[in-house]
Design a protein around this ligand. Structure first.
Ligand code: SF4
Ligand code: SF4
Length: 70
């Protein structure tokens, strides 16, 4: 199983990562960060994350910092 971690306080809410994920596992969340941005949430109830790191690579602010395989 793979998953990602999002540093919420680095997220500037550009949402580029959302369209990048081939499994559509990222969405705009309700939570806001210290900048007042609605940060992205990772939602993967069926363990579909490929660990491809496309989301992390696309993020211009390095807010998606880890892709772990366990
Ligand atoms: S690409 Fe990075 S900064 Fe942009 S919404 Fe996604 S996590 Fe936030
Ligand atoms: S690692 Fe790949 S499959 Fe997993 S959330 Fe990021 S883009 Fe989507």
């Amino acid at each position: 199983m793979s998953y990602i971690k999002i540093d919420k306080n680095k997220c500037k809410a550009c949402y580029l990562c959302i369209s990048e994920c081939p499994k559509k596992l990222l969405k705009i969340g309700q939570e806001t960060n210290s900048l007042g941005n609605h940060v992205v949430e990772f939602c993967d109830p069926n363990n579909e994350c490929l660990g491809c790191a496309m989301c992390a690579t696309r993020c211009p602010d390095l807010a998606i910092t880890e892709v772990l395989r366990t």
